[in-house]
Design a protein around this ligand. Structure first.
Ligand code: GUN
Ligand code: FE
Length: 425
């Protein structure tokens, strides 16, 4: 059965890594969940479709969060006075330990899924915790929300506190296999499993070898952390003396892209050699500027990622970052890139509005397939923005309105939201 509709509004999307297509009073058409195109005037052949009229409203593609932690949503904004490794021990691990309790997980994940549904993001790569039952519960809730997500049961069998730390590599792998099987059984439409070794310091060599086997058997993509903080990088050098870079440590287990969709968060400390390996292996960067500031990790070289043609998107990294909205990640990315240019390398000019918008839409969206733009054949994710909280005494152009939505994101709500052609808000 086929269904479709046309949608009218002030349409704005990326039509290249540094360019913006704007269609004030334009039209987009959705047919069977896919975008048929975007036009100034509705083509005659679609004149019979139902019309959703959002005239005067800003209409953009859904935003993609390439890196977030669902169990950390509960303590956003608290305990932001530590660096990464101390913060993990003091705040993250104690909070994540609570997810062995399904009642707690139910309450916390209901709040998380609802917040995500109401915001401007339509897609996300999500870390859960080591607990398979609570991870399934999160996946059920995200599926019910209508959002499109990759969700990972976390693996960690060393250097964390018991009982959060899994008792052995074999047990961690066993639980991961059972969880992957259960995901297949539930036949989700929008929710897919992703392998999630927390980071190298959390995973023994034996566990990484077992995860590679699981990846090959189930064809799972992978998400993890890479080169976030200097002390972490020094630790990885000690743990993996044979690896020239942190990325090489993942690669030594066959877990660094190369035909398998892989996304690595942060890459603040990534040097030319690591960036070259990411490029060669098609590894995505999830650039998480707010978290990098909050945890004093540093300024990621976003311009270098773009110059080198890396696949890249933005991440909230909740609770390293406090805000789920990828609008906020866009403005943080621009601001961080200005500091990098001023303080670190004047050869790396700041990101533009167009580039930040690209990263937060198509850049990250491409990890999910054809998503993040109103191009023909792309999955139809659209967000209608409420600008009533940011009134202006004079008329604004489309780019100015988009820039304000990005910079004033906390004042801009979402009136309606479509994911794969279904209205979820
Ligand atoms: N590295 C390993 N675990 C984490 C985490 O939970 N958050 C962040 N920001 N970095 C990590
Ligand atoms: Fe993270």
């Amino acid at each position: 059965m086929s269904y479709g509709f046309a949608l009218k509004g002030d349409i704005c999307f990326s039509d290249g890594p540094a360019s913006l297509k704007t269609l004030p009073g334009g039209y987009i058409v959705c047919l069977d969940g896919l975008c048929a195109g975007a036009w100034e005037r509705l083509p005659e052949r679609y004149a019979g479709l139902p019309l959703l009229d959002y005239s005067g409203k800003l209409v953009i593609p859904g935003l993609a969060d390439l890196h977030t932690h669902a169990p950390q949503y509960a303590f956003r904004g608290a305990g932001m006075d530590l660096e990464l490794l101390e913060w993990l021990d003091a705040h993250v691990f104690p909070e994540e330990s609570k997810y062995s309790d399904l009642g707690y997980a139910d309450r916390a994940y209901t709040i998380f899924a609802d917040a995500l549904r109401r915001g401007p993001n339509t897609r996300a790569c999500v870390f859960a915790t080591v607990h398979a039952p609570a991870t399934m519960l999160l996946m059920d809730k995200l599926e019910a929300s209508g959002l499109v997500t990759f969700v990972g049961k976390v693996n960690m069998d060393r250097n964390g506190p018991y009982p959060l730390r899994e008792e052995s590599a074999a047990k961690s792998a066993e639980d991961t296999v059972r969880w992957a099987e259960e995901c297949l059984n539930r036949r989700y439409r929008n929710t897919r499993p992703i392998l999630t070794p927390r980071f190298i310091p959390s995973c023994s060599d034996e566990l990484m070898r077992l995860l590679k086997e699981i990846q090959a058997r189930y064809g799972l993509p992978l998400q993890s952390h890479l080169s976030e903080n200097q002390s972490e990088c020094d630790w990885v050098s000690e743990l993996c003396p044979g690896s020239a870079t942190y990325g090489d440590a993942y690669a030594s287990f066959g877990l660094f892209g190369g035909g398998v969709p892989t996304v690595m968060a942060h890459c603040v400390q990534s040097g030319d050699r690591e960036i070259a390996l990411m490029k060669r292996n098609g590894v995505y960067v999830a650039h998480c500027p707010q978290s990098n500031t909050n945890l004093v990790s540093g300024i990621a070289p976003a311009r270098k990622f773009l110059k080198n043609g890396l696949k890249a998107g933005l991440g909230s990294d909740v609770a390293g970052g406090c805000h789920t909205s990828i609008f906020r990640a866009m403005s943080d990315a621009i601001q961080a890139s200005k500091l990098y240019w001023r303080l670190v390398d004047q050869g790396c000019r700041p990101l533009s509005i167009e580039e930040a918008f690209y990263l937060g839409t198509v850049g990250g969206g491409s990890f999910f397939g054809k998503a993040g733009a109103f191009e023909e054949g792309f999955e139809f994710d659209a967000v209608i923005i409420d600008e009533s909280g940011t009134p202006s005494p004079s008329p604004l152009g489309m780019k100015e309105r988009l820039a304000r939505a990005i910079y004033l994101s906390s004042d801009c709500g979402v009136i309606a939201k479509f994911v794969r052609g279904s209205k979820i808000l």
